[in-house]
Design a protein around this ligand. Structure first.
Ligand SMILES: Cc1ncc(COP(=O)(O)O)c(C=O)c1O
Length: 437
């Protein structure tokens, strides 16, 4: 029977006899060329400024270990059993308290627990997107969201940001154009706080403006907010969801404020949407992990999680300062924003440089970053790169930037002699591996 399938499609190769059998949506799923380079980048001698991996060494691991042991001894029969498709009720209640820190007044019944907010992105896309539907997203956008959108054959239209986040007039003119073209715009995907990869935060003033524009055009807002509690200088701004209950689906996560290894995130959605999210999640995973959910729940009950977030903020602020200081000192020909929280600095390279073609030289010099092209649907971004300061120590960050400065100098010399290395990448999207997302 399987042979028959191979014969029918007739496009197999020795490497993949099933090539002709894939669904159309799988054709676009290809590992990026830069993955191989990142396999090298994970070696200890390379300073990786590429990954968005939280600094897990900053957690009280002994205490968490004791807590996990107690959880299995005391509540193993629940923790190791299947659970509810919507998620553990006690955890959902606690999640409402976490969200209250950003002004959201939700009920536990509004919350759907997911396997990381990544699964929530997938569920929302599953229930809203038919092939060819349009998703409007910031330029640049989170690479993991672009991967989900591509897997569902969405068409992504980017809207620019500036230092204050998504630009309302640009959003308005894009929605007006798409409406005139009779495109089916399903939602706006936005990361309002400490953007990945842009590092910027949507200003307080713009938040109601974005909601008003989307409401006028009948476009739902998908607010993805894993970094909101990791601000360095001030209290969190009110979430978009706190200003609109029925126009916003909100996504949260414990990955950046606690630990991604538990894979616990959540979605809050208008009631009818929430129903569909639960059904879609049950169809895909039956239920989120009870062991992970109960671990997070007892962490929130018994640990000083507010203190832990404060400590993370301080450590990430030091690392941000180390990165920005080293950029000023070593690569003044580039430009960048100074993020007020989160993990990322978005760097514009000196004219003529191409971050993707420069990557092999960087990895050879034992420093890694993610090229800007990964964060656009349409191949733009070669003149940018993303640097993450969350994982390496301040000293390693400074060393990494010194190495990167050498690479930039050498690349500028090459460009001076041979001209620009920028290639035409229209239509190509990079999908670096998950630890780089
Ligand atoms: C903007 C954004 N959304 C979602 C995610 C996914 O996070 P998780 O699935 O670990 O909750 C990430 C991870 O880097 C992210 O940066």
């Amino acid at each position: 029977m399987t042979e028959g399938l191979r014969d029918t499609h007739g496009e197999g190769t020795r490497l993949d006899p099933w090539l002709g059998a894939y669904a159309a949506r799988a054709q676009a799923m290809r590992a990026s060329e830069i993955r191989a380079l990142f396999a090298v980048a994970s070696r200890p001698e390379v300073v990786s400024l590429a990954g968005g991996m939280p600094y897990i060494g900053g957690l009280p691991l002994e205490e968490i270990g004791d807590m996990m042991r107690r959880l299995i001894v005391d509540r193993g029969e629940t923790a190791l059993q299947y659970g509810s498709g919507q998620g553990d009720e006690a955890l959902r209640e606690q999640i409402t308290q976490v969200m209250a820190l950003e002004g959201i007044a939700a009920h536990a019944d509004d919350v759907v627990v997911t396997t990381g907010s990544q699964q929530a992105l997938d569920l929302v896309t599953t229930i809203f997107i038919d092939p060819g539907d349009v998703i409007v997203a910031e330029a640049p956008s989170y690479v993991g969201a672009l991967g989900v959108f591509r897997a569902h054959e969405a068409d992504v239209v980017h809207v620019p940001m500036d230092a204050h986040g998504l630009i309302p007039v640009a959003l308005e003119s894009t929605l007006a154009r798409l409406q005139a073209e009779r495109k089916r715009v399903k939602f706006l995907y936005t990361v309002p706080n400490f953007h990945n990869p842009g590092g910027v935060t949507l200003s307080l003033e713009r938040r109601p403006q974005i909601l008003e524009i989307c409401a006028r055009y009948g476009v739902l807002v998908l607010e993805d907010n894993p970094y909101g509690l990791l601000g360095f200088d001030h209290e969190p701004l009110p979430a978009l969801r706190s200003m609109s209950d029925d126009g916003v689906i909100y996504l949260g996560s414990f990955s950046k404020t606690f630990a991604p290894g538990f894979r616990v995130g959540w979605a809050v959605a208008p009631h009818a949407v929430r129903e569909k999210l639960v059904l879609a999640s049950e169809a895909s995973i039956l239920c989120p992990s009870n062991a992970s959910q109960l671990a997070i729940s007892s962490y929130l009950n018994h640990s000083d999680w507010h203190g832990q977030i404060k400590s993370f903020r301080e450590q990430y602020r030091d690392r941000r300062d180390a990165l920005v200081g080293a950029l000023e000192e070593n690569i003044p020909s580039a430009s960048w924003n100074v993020p007020e929280g989160g993990f990322y600095v978005w760097v514009k390279l000196p004219a003529g440089l191409d971050s993707k073609s420069m990557l092999p030289r960087a990895v050879t010099a034992r420093v890694a970053y993610v090229p800007g092209t990964a964060f656009y649907y349409d191949g733009q971004g070669a003149d940018f790169l993303r640097l993450s300061y969350c994982f390496p120590t301040p000293d390693r960050i400074r060393e990494g930037i010194r190495r990167l400065a050498g690479v930039v100098d050498a690349e500028m010399e090459t460009v001076r002699i041979f001209g620009t290395g920028a290639a035409d990448r229209s239509g190509s999207v990079e999908f670096p591996s998950p630890d780089l997302a």
